[in-house]
Design a protein around this ligand. Sequence first.
Ligand code: ARG
Length: 461
Amino acid sequence: MGGKKEKKLWGGRFSEGSSSVTEKISSSIQYDSRLYRQDIRGSVAHARMLNRIGILNDGELAAIVKGLGEIMREIEAGSFEFKTSREDIHMNIEAVLTERIGDAGRKLHTARSRNDQVALDVRLYIRDEAGEIEELLKRLVSMIAGLAEKNAEAILPGYTHMQVAQPVRLSHHLLAYAWQLLRDMKRLAAARDAAMSLPLGSGALAGLNYPTDREFLREELGFTGIVPNSMDAVSDRDFVLDFLYFAAVLGTHLSRFCEELVLWSTSEFAYIRLADGVTTGSSIMPQKRNPDVAELIRGKSGRLLGNLVSLFTLLKGLPMTYNRDMQEDKEPLFDSVDTVKLSLEGMIEMLTGITFNAGRMKEAVYRNFSTATDLADYLARKGVPFRNSHEIVGSIVRHCEQTGADFFSMDAKALREFSPVFEDDIADVLNPEKSTERKLSPGGTSRAEVMKQIEAIRKLV
Ligand code: ARG
């Protein structure tokens, strides 16, 4: 209490109020106000349940539901006053409700603790956000499938060790990213599943001195199950870890994708051009067009991993059950939600305006012996043991390097210097554009296999 200070909702046993540093450390309202919708949804369901078990009469229930509805509208309109001294979203809402409707508001917290309340809010929040993030992921994956279809004929070097390896279709390369993102969608769904059990009705930790109807709450709030142990219910944050893990892996994927966009937009590669809207200039070098959006998405993946590590570190030493440390789960979670959404929006925008320079890619594929493996396979098909054919083609490559001969236009006569097995059908084998169609294996870079992938991906999103 103390002085002009408002009495805390938990203030009964205290004769002095919190110090201002304590209030500052305790307060989470600066960030957890964003849980207002989930908090109100939970409180309405809880009030209905209390009405069913005879703790609230119909008039009290109606006053609570109406009061919470008004508070929701005010928060949305920006006219609700949040107070640091009221610590968190739960107490800010309850205090104002009580100011307005009196005793009915004071009854709302019967058979509930902030411990099961916050566990509920965060689960609802993750469920809500997962829906939005899934939509963004689907859009991004569909866009990649669209680009793959539109650019089915473009080929470029595939790389290993960042060295030219074999020709691949641009569409095949792009679809590799789509598959990563599809796995991310599975991880997201797993995180959402982990949040699908109802913690409310557990009380502070031990259960409640009331015959709470948890099945009613489950139904009302759209959960698929009920957390079976009240102590686990208030101390579990695995579903947040699961979400942060999803976000960290997604971040890693986007970062790799962006690294490639950065590389491909250099004048040395020039495989792509990013639209003006997603590039920025330099304050000193007038010619610059920097791929900042790609760089920042790459950079932001660091926070996504950091947030996961933060929460692991926060949780690992905690005894049963709720510990106040757990309030610190929210900022990493909120930051990862925001970062994931913004990064996905940035990816969508970059891919919307991207143009591919198929000419540059083709030039690159005609350098660096990209079809040397095809040539070795040609010999192998004609009966030369692969290890020998590898050796033979290696010496052809060495010869070209030493003499400056053009590998891609060597004729059968020149090649017979290295092996008598070469015949006149060799020109097609050296041709990088024909190389992709020779990939017979399922999942390879041939047109037919790429089209199968596009179809499969479209079905999944
Ligand atoms: N703001 C708190 C949190 O986020 C709510 C739960 C507080 N519980 C308590 N016993 N102090 O964790």
